[in-house]
Ligand binder design. Sequence first.
Ligand code: NAD
Length: 565
Amino acid sequence: MNLVRKQRYQLDSDDEALEVFARGEAILNEPLLNKGTAFSLKERNELGLRGLVPPKVTKIEEQVERVLENYRRKTDPLEKFIFLTSLHDRNETLYYRVLMDNLMEMTPIVYTPVVGAACQQFGHIYRKNRGMYLSMEDKGHIREMFDNWKQDEVDIIVISDGSRILGLGDLGANGMGIPIGKLALYVAGGGIFPCKTLPILLDAGTNNQELLDDPLYLGLNQKRGDEDEYYALVDEFVNAVQDKWPKALIQWEDFTNNHAFPLLNKYREKVLCFNDDIQGTGAVALSGLLGGMRMKGEKLADQRIVFYGAGSAAVGIADMIVAGIVEESGMTDAEARKLFWLIDSQGLVVKNGPRALQAHKVPYARDEKLIDNLLDVIKMIKPTILIGVSGQGQAFSKEIIQEMFKYVKQPIIFSLSNPTSKSECTAEQAYKWTKGKAIFASGSPFDPVRLNGKIYVPGQGNNMFIFPGVGLGASLCQASKITDGMFYTAAKALAEMVTEEELALGTVYPDLSKIRKISATIATGICEMAFAAGLAGIEEPPDIHKFVKDKMYQPVYPKYAAADR
Ligand code: NAD
C-alpha cells in the first residue's frame, strides 16, 4: 500500500511532481499529503480539491505565521502539546516546518518534560490515531496487521511497552506518546522522512491500578502477566518486522530494565536495533563528561564516579564511560570499573549484600560493605562525578552537594532523571550550593541561572543529540547491526562540537539549534564505521558526508499530480 507512486526521496528533481492516488477530501485527511491552503490552482483542479479549501493560495510561511499565532496564545503546556499534535495529525510538512524553525521552544513540548504529562493524560486527550498498537490479544496476527499500515517502506520503528515511561513508571498503553515524540525528533533532528517512521505501542497490560480504574484508559484492561507470553509476543513482533520491513531499525524505548537488558542482548547481534535508554543515554552522558573533562583539563581515568540509580540509564552510561576510559588510557574493562560506585533503592551495589543482584549490576558490584544512603557513600568515596538516574526528585540535598564540594573544586553533577520534577536537583541548587563551581547537566531543560552577576547555562543531556544521527546513519547505509563502538564514535563527535564559548558558559553540550549539523556529522561517522567493518548493506558512496546530507528530509511541500491508476 502506498499513497503516492514514488516517494519524495525518490524524485529526481524539485520540479518533478509526486503522483498521488487519492483525491479530494482523502488528500486533505491524510497528513502526509495535506498542504491545506497551499495547494496550487492546478493541483486543486487536478486532484478534486477545488472548493474544499479557502480561495487564497498561500505560501507555507503564511501558514507558519498562523500556527505560531495560535500556538503562542496558549499558556498551558499541555494545551500547546495538544495543539501541536493536532497539527501533526493534519499536515505533517507544516508541523515539521514549524517544529524545526522553533526547535528550542517546542522540543520541551513535543518531548520531555511535557510529553510526560501528555502520556499521563493520554486517554483523556486522545484525538486521532497515529502509529500501531500490538496487544497480547493480537498474538498470532502481527504479521498480517503490518499489512494494515499505510506505507510499504519503513526505516525506523520506535517501540515501547509503556512499562517505564521517563521517570513516571508504568503508564501502559498511554506510553504511546513516547514513540510518537521520539520519531518526531528523528524527523526534525535527524532528517528521517516522516512517511518512513512507525511508532508502536506493545500493550502487554499495565500494573498501574489508577489507569485500570480510569474509564477513559485506552489500553488492555488487564495486569501485566506471564513472562513467557510476553517474550513470545516480542519475538513475533521482531520476526514480523524482519519479514515485512527487513531493513527497518528497531529502537527499544522505555522498557523496564528487567526486560530492557534481556531484549537488547537477545536481538542486538541478530537485527538492526538499539535501546536508547541504555546506549543512547550512555553516549550522551559520556559526551557531556568529555566536555566536563575539557573544562577541567582532566582525564576520565582520574575520576571517581558515583551513580545514584543503577538501572538501564546508569549501566548504559557506566558501560559507555568504561569504553571511553579503556580507549583513552589503555586500562582494562575490569580496571576501569573500579572507578564506579552504583547505588540503587537498597543502597550501594555490593557483592556480598543480603540480596541477589540483577545481572546488569553484577559487573559494577563492589567489595565494600552495604551503605544504605548517598551521603555516607559521598563521605567515603569523595567522588568527582555524581550522576543522578534514580527518578527520585530532589534526592541531591544541599548537604550532599556541599559534602561533595568539600573534596572537589569543580564537582561534576548530572541530574539526569526526567521529567523536571524527578530531577535529583535543579541547576540553580547545584550552582548555588557550590558557589557556581559545579559543572551541571540535566535530563530535562533548566533555564540559565544568574549567580553573583555571572550567567551559567546548564547543559541538557538530551538523547536527541545522539539517537537521530545514529538512526539516520545506520538506516542510510543499511547497517546490519549497531555496535557500542558506533555509540562511542557518536559521543566523541558530539563532544567535539561544543565550542570554547559554550564551555566558558558552563555548558557541556552544543546548542540544540545545531541539531541537523550534529546529526549529519554523527550519521557520517556511523556510516564510516559500518563501511569499515563490512556491516553496510550498500556500496560506499565517494563522499559519505554529502551522501548523508543529500538524503535528509526537508519540510518543503512537493508538487502533486494525479496518478493514473
Ligand atoms: P530504571 O528503572 O531502569 O532505573 C532506576 C534506578 O533507580 C533503579 O536502579 C532503582 O533501584 C533506582 N532507585 C529507585 N529509587 C531509588 C532511591 N530511592 N535511591 C536510590 N536509587 C533508587 O530507569 P532508567 O531507565 O535507568 O531511568 C532512570 C531515570 O533516568 C529516569 O528518570 C529517566 O527519565 C532518566 N533518563 C534520563 C536520560 C537523559 O537525561 N538523557 C536518559 C534516560 C533516562
